[in-house]
Ligand binder design. Structure first.
Ligand code: C5P
Length: 218
């Protein structure tokens, strides 16, 4: 039987990519599958939490007991998360949010004509996790993730601090068995108390379970 150590807790999970439209048929996005977030959401649900998932486009399905709010763009995800945050106890941000969105060309399909190159301008999207960190009230907890190329330890420490997190799990997505679309992850975990752990390659289900253990049991 699962420990019910999240009983009575409202848990928000962001997951998947965001999809930033450019013209009527094209968008800017990334290959996030949402798997790590789905594992965090399922583990929280099994541990007794009431779970709300704000999901970019993934096609993932969840048990009916988990509330799913589908969104497409970073701005939609930002709005949904800020609306939910006051009634949440914990937020876990696994979404691979597009840091920039193209300035839209318009609702119609762009005609390439004879062009041999194309310049698209982008503008910055809000940092959703940072917005949650900046508006947290006493007792609310935040878990972040960081997908890096190369040694993720310095970036993990920087993001824990700058986004006001309790716990961050970082990985080097260029390593085998760690990153987008894999069933496993190799994590470096750092918390607000300064504890640092390097975990071996583990199934994402196991990573999720251990992250909740780390947050809840120390
Ligand atoms: O992109 P970055 O490495 O800063 O992402 C670190 C964490 O911040 C992740 O947990 C991600 O879900 C979150 N994030 C976010 N909104 C963004 C960018 C990142 O919530 N615009």
């Amino acid at each position: 039987i699962s420990p019910q150590d999240l009983a009575g807790k409202q848990v928000l999970v962001t997951l998947g990519p965001t999809r930033e439209p450019w013209d009527g048929v094209r968008f800017w996005s990334n290959p996030s599958s949402g798997a790590m977030g789905a594992c965090m959401a399922m583990a929280a649900y099994l541990r007794g939490a009431e779970v709300t998932v704000v999901a970019g486009p993934t096609g993932l399905l969840f048990p009916q007991a988990i509330t799913v709010i589908p969104v497409r763009t970073a701005l939609e995800m930002h709005r949904a998360c800020l609306d939910l945050w006051p009634s949440m106890d914990i937020a876990c941000a696994t979404a691979a949010v597009a840091d920039f969105r193209p300035i839209p060309h318009g609702p119609d399909k762009f005609k390439k004509g004879g062009a041999s190159s194309l310049t698209v301008q982008f503008e910055a999207n809000p940092d959703i996790l940072k917005a949650l960190g900046d508006s947290r009230r006493d007792g609310q907890q935040l878990i972040g993730f960081a997908a890096e190329t190369g040694d993720p330890r310095a970036e993990a420490a920087r993001k824990l601090e700058s986004k006001g997190l309790d716990l961050i799990a970082a990985n080097d997505v260029s390593r085998q068995g760690s990153g987008f679309g894999t069933a496993t992850n190799e994590m470096f975990v750092l918390d607000r108390q300064g504890r640092r752990e390097s975990w071996p390659v583990l199934p994402k289900t196991e990573v999720a379970w251990r992250l909740w253990d780390h947050l809840l049991l120390g």
